[in-house]
Design a protein around this ligand. Structure first.
Ligand code: 6PG
Length: 250
């Protein structure tokens, strides 16, 4: 039985990002107190930029247990790590270069293999080793959603939506959102999370968000519907522009 998602609507993007940042800090503090490590999945795209910047500055910077924090990514564009499209570069420039997280606790998705499938296989092995350390779970996973209902690099109608549950990482070709080649965690990998926070902003996502949250279950058309942690919670943090058609959780 899946927990029903919570839907929180914020007046604007800064308010949403502040709330998300505070949730990350709380989750980290609680998990480190209980298990001495906090595994956080980072999202790409543009929405999380402000959240990363908030975590990199006071007062939240010193509230985060960076020495016990591990970061991985829910997807990556298949470009060099210094390419403007790189999700790793986004996180490095806005967050990781500004906080005392041990470098060995940062798990970037490799993009230097000739064959992206080799990169996916290598990252899957890294993830499995990390999940062994973390009692087989990602503690908090940050997710975005595109106007077409994609999440991570799981796109409507793509074969990666049908991977077996024991596959954690896939190579994606012909992504409709450029660049076309990507590496993505699968829904099965993301659903190991104890907590998923979706950050969704902008009027261009309002109709899709309503369909994802309140429409029929059609994950091939709306891959974001695949994200339903089996032993975890999902919270949608939505700004007013994206939330015009969804009811806030009572
Ligand atoms: C990516 C992201 C992708 C993103 C959504 C939302 O690599 O592009 O992982 O899934 O989260 O497309 O992107 P925005 O935050 O830019 O709207």
């Amino acid at each position: 039985m899946h927990n029903q998602p919570d839907i929180l609507i914020f007046p604007d993007v800064p308010a949403l990002q502040q709330a998300a940042a505070e949730r990350v800090v709380l989750a980290a503090q609680e998990r480190v107190a209980a298990a001495h490590m906090f595994v956080c999945g980072l999202s790409g795209g543009s929405t999380p930029r402000g959240l990363y910047q908030l975590l990199a500055q006071e007062p939240l910077r010193s509230q985060m247990p960076w020495a016990h924090t591990y970061v991985l990514w829910n997807d990556e564009r298949y470009v060099p790590p210094d390419h403007l499209d790189s999700n790793y570069l986004l996180a490095r420039e806005t967050l990781l270069d500004h906080v005392p997280i041990p470098p060995e606790q940062i798990y970037p998705i490799p993009t230097y293999y000739d064959d992206p499938r080799e990169a996916a296989a290598a990252y899957e092995q890294q993830m499995r080793r990390l999940l062994e350390l973390s009692q087989a779970r990602i503690d908090l996973m940050l997710m975005g959603m595109g106007p077409d209902g994609h999440t991570a690099s799981l796109f409507p109608g793509h074969p990666e939506l049908n991977t077996p549950d024991d596959v954690l990482v896939v190579a994606v070709e012909n992504a409709p959102k450029p660049p076309p080649r990507r590496i993505s965690l699968t829904a099965a990998a993301i659903n190991t999370s104890a907590q998923v926070l979706f950050l969704v902003t902008g009027a261009d996502k309002a109709e899709t968000l309503q369909a994802v949250l309140h429409g029929p279950y059609e994950p091939h058309r709306l891959p974001a519907q695949l994200i339903r942690p089996s032993n975890g919670t999902t919270t949608w943090l939505v700004d007013a522009a994206a939330g015009t058609r969804v009811a806030a959780a009572t």
